[in-house]
Design a protein around this ligand. Sequence first.
Ligand SMILES: [Zn+2]
Length: 340
Amino acid sequence: MDYLLRLLEDLINTPSPTGATDWVMGFVENELDAMGITGRRTNKGAIVANLSGIKHDRPRGLTAHVDTLGAIVAEIKPSGRLRLSALNGVMWPTVESEGVTVTTRTGQIRGSIVLTNGAIHVNREATTAKRDADSLEVRLDERTNSAEETRLLGIEVGDIVSFDPRYEHSQSGFVRSRFLDDKAGVACLLAAMKALNDAGLSVGQDSVVLFSNFEEVGHGGSEGLPMDLSELVVIDMACIGSGQNGDEFHCSVCLKDSSGPYSRELSDKLRLIADSAGVELKPDVYPYYGSDGSQYWRAGGAAQVALIGPGVDTSHGYERTHIDALRDTATLLAEYLLEE
Ligand SMILES: [Zn+2]
């Protein structure tokens, strides 16, 4: 758990909006290197690692995504401020007042997201105005009052904008941060791999691990994994909220999301493994959700696919989970990896 939490904080503090994941992938590579595992970068920038198993007859895959929400500069306004376009499912009201970093071709510039003409002493509509991509803008922490001055700072349309994650870990075990989706999943997967590695244990079956980098835009799972795997376990955040069966303290197994049902046989196998490991795995159905597993299937993948992950509150907003959910997820993954 110490490793998992340290890793999670470091991962979260390494910005990686979809389309700008090189830096964080270097970080993942270092973690794999430390375990003596070689990660191969795909052309699209994902990482694939092969673990050789005791058995080879039912090769399996595991995947979690490293890319997160973020934004891209869509326009440099005449005021010198920036209009953004979302990468990808940003809930705009939740990023108002957030600190941001604009990564230009030459450097990085700080700023924050504010409502256009947002002073209450000037604009009485400021309290009730709709918060969206058009009404919010980036106010740069630089002296600029025109598009020309902003361009002189090196900023251009198409620059990537990352939001401050505001990671905080409480004594009571809560982890509150943006981008627990899916860095919590990545940390659980790496922690499970490290636990086996430290104990000198081999995985039960040949396994391919994909750290994908285009999940948030819907095509991360379409490359990097062999299409003829027997099983694929996707680790991604569990939906919690009104009507959901999961919660922040548990790992969920998703039996169906917007893309349809996941594999019954593999899901049931994970539930059995959870039972014998003392992990209370919550079966659930996610209303508005898709995963790299559904994408793997759409790309022609033939494996049985199951989806598990820690419960994450207010997903795509200011998220929160609990170490109990992280521990259960990592434990289940370690037990699954060991199983032959
Ligand atoms: Zn996700």
